[in-house]
Design a protein around this ligand. Structure first.
Ligand code: AMP
Length: 304
């Protein structure tokens, strides 16, 4: 099986949506990413938690073959925590608090056997940590990265240095505008591509995702759902489905990338159906395949 290494957050989230409020929900960019990617490929997770975190919460990932040996547990440390509130329009959320805790002193140290993992995902986390992981790797075939407004605002210079070293970047529309300083998304994409990454994927929440490749664009809508409870993690799950599919295929040509966007969108559409990663816990590959087919049907037109 191909292998994909992810570094990102493993978190405790406090979430408010118009459909409810839950504290102490399992979260983190690496958690959601691993859940999405595990449907397609072997996943290795690098991250950090405090000893307040019950590792059994990640058993559902282990059961799907995710290797958690790269998660360091800091004795006496507190796990990264994030609190967010979604508006009536679920595309918009406010961060109520970000507590870095154990992330502040984390020094990732990759197991030797993981350094030649072919595919690397730098999930949303401090860009300095992203770079420290990248620097320990031996020539990955592909490096894809995600980030968030928090890092764009607080460590822009470090972030841009990391962006310069990746093949593809996944962002949401607001972040793409913020990073580039350009309100028009097409121009924003060009400016970001000029920073380094050849490929850019702009997620637009319930409005789908845009892929900007070398001179080519592709758009996939989000799957129209009647029941959306909690969008937390949808972006990371999208990235997991997208990259997991690419790693499984072992190629990154334009057609495979387009299909990967459909798989990512399908995975994300499950994530939002319940609070936290609950829907992903019990999800079966047969359900994923069915939704990808429904997706394909949603966007299919006869040849012109
Ligand atoms: P998403 O909804 O896909 O953007 O990701 C939500 C997840 O990102 C939550 O589970 C949070 O724990 C995590 N998260 C929130 N803020 C940050 C941050 N600044 N760095 C890394 N992860 C974060």
């Amino acid at each position: 099986m191909s292998q994909l290494l992810v570094v990102g957050t493993v978190a405790t989230d406090d979430i408010e949506t118009p459909y409810g409020k839950e504290a102490g929900v399992l979260g983190g960019s690496a958690t959601y990413f691993a859940a999405g990617a595990s449907f397609f490929t072997g996943v290795r997770v690098v991250g950090v938690v405090g000893d307040d975190f019950r590792l059994e919460r990640l058993d559902f990932l282990k059961d799907r073959g995710v290797d958690l040996a790269g998660i360091e547990v800091v004795p006496g440390g507190k796990t990264f925590r994030w609190a967010g509130r979604y508006h009536h329009d679920l595309n918009h959320r406010d961060t109520l608090g970000t507590w870095l805790n154990v992330l502040e002193t984390f020094q990732p140290d990759l197991p030797d056997a993981w350094k030649d993992t072919p595919y690397l995902f730098l999930a949303n986390i401090d860009p300095v940590l992203q770079r420290q992981v990248l620097e320990q790797m031996k020539r990955p075939k592909l490096v894809v990265m995600d980030t968030m407004n928090f890092w764009i605002e607080s460590v822009r210079k470090e972030l841009i240095e990391t962006i310069a070293r990746v093949d593809a970047l996944v962002l949401n529309d607001e972040e793409a505008r913020q990073l580039s300083g350009e309100p028009n998304l097409v121009r924003a994409a060009q400016k970001i591509q000029a920073l380094g990454p050849k490929t850019l994927i702009v997620k637009k929440g319930e409005h789908g995702a845009l892929l900007f490749g070398e001179g080519r664009q592709f758009f996939a809508p989000a799957y129209p759902l009647e029941d959306v409870r909690d969008p937390t993690g949808a972006g990371d799950t999208f990235a997991g489905g997208f990259y997991g599919y690419l790693a499984k295929q072992g190629k990154v040509d334009a057609e495979t990338m387009r299909r990967a966007v459909l798989y990512g969108s399908a995975l994300a559409s499950f994530c939002v159906e319940r609070f936290g990663p609950d829907r992903l816990r019990e999800l079966k590959m047969s359900e994923v395949d069915e939704r990808v087919k429904a997706f394909h049907d949603l966007v299919r037109v006869d040849p012109l």
